[in-house]
Design a protein around this ligand. Structure first.
Ligand code: CO
Length: 211
C-alpha cells in the first residue's frame, strides 16, 4: 500500500469511529460553524492545533504558514482574519509559535534561501534587529532562538492589532482578545507569552480614528 493510501484508509476508520460514538456528529457540523478561536500557527507538522488543544472539528478556525507570521500584505492571512472576525465573530485570536522553529532559526543565519523564502524570512530578521540588544546577550544559540520565537509571536500579535480589521472589531464589539503562545516540542506544553485584550492602545501611529 502506498503511504497516501493509508491516509484514506485511516480516514474511513475515523469517520466510522465518530459515528459510532455520536451518530449525529457529521450532521451537526454540516449546518453550523461557530468556532470561538482563530489559530494562526506554524506549518510545522509537529504542531497540529486540534490535537495539542484536544479540540474537535468546528472549534478552531485555522491558518498556518512558515513561522506563524502576520504580514500586512498577505491576502491569504487577511482573508482568513476578515472572515473569522467579521463573519464567524470569533472571540480570540491565537498566534501560536513553537520552540525550535526551523523558520525562525533559518532567519538568524546568513544563508541565501533564494528569493521567495528570503522575502518571507526577512520579516523575522527585522524582529531580530529591533530586539538585538536582548538577543545578542543570550550566549546559548538554542536559547537565543527560543527567545526570538517568543518575540516573534509578540510582534505578530502586535501586527494583528495594527490592522483595521482588528481595530474595527475592537471599537464596535470589544472583541477579539489577542494571544501569543509558544508550544514546546520537547514537553507538549503551550506557554502563553503575550496578550492583548480588546481595545488595548498601541503606538498611536497605527491607530485609525475613522473606523
Ligand atoms: Co515552525
Amino acid at each position: 500500500m502506498e503511504s497516501y493510501q493509508k491516509l484514506l484508509k485511516e480516514n474511513k476508520f475515523w469517520a466510522i469511529d465518530k459515528i459510532n460514538n455520536k451518530p449525529d456528529f457529521f450532521e451537526n457540523l454540516l449546518h453550523v460553524q461557530t468556532p470561538e478561536f482563530l489559530w494562526i500557527g506554524c506549518s510545522d507538522s509537529r504542531v497540529p492545533p486540534n490535537e495539542i488543544t484536544q479540540t474537535q472539528p468546528g472549534e478552531i478556525f485555522i491558518h498556518r504558514n512558515v513561522a506563524n507570521l502576520v504580514i500586512n500584505t498577505d491576502v491569504n492571512l487577511l482573508s482568513v482574519l476578515d472572515y473569522a472576525v467579521n463573519h464567524l465573530k470569533i472571540k480570540h485570536v491565537i498566534v501560536c509559535g513553537h520552540y525550535g522553529c526551523g523558520g525562525v532559526k533559518a532567519a538568524t543565519t546568513n544563508n541565501d534561501f533564494n528569493q521567495v523564502l528570503n522575502m518571507w524570512l526577512r520579516n523575522i530578521k527585522d524582529i531580530y534587529r529591533i530586539h538585538r540588544n536582548e538577543l545578542d546577550a543570550i550566549k546559548d544559540e538554542d536559547l537565543r532562538i527560543d527567545r526570538l520565537v517568543e518575540l516573534n509571536v509578540q510582534e505578530q500579535v502586535m501586527n494583528l492589532a495594527k490592522s483595521s480589521i482588528i481595530q474595527r472589531a475592537w471599537k464596535n464589539e470589544n472583541r477579539p482578545d489577542l494571544h501569543g503562545w509558544v508550544y514546546g516540542l520537547k514537553d507538549g506544553i503551550i506557554n502563553p507569552v503575550f496578550e492583548m485584550k480588546a481595545n488595548t492602545h498601541i503606538d498611536p501611529i497605527y491607530e485609525y480614528d475613522n473606523l
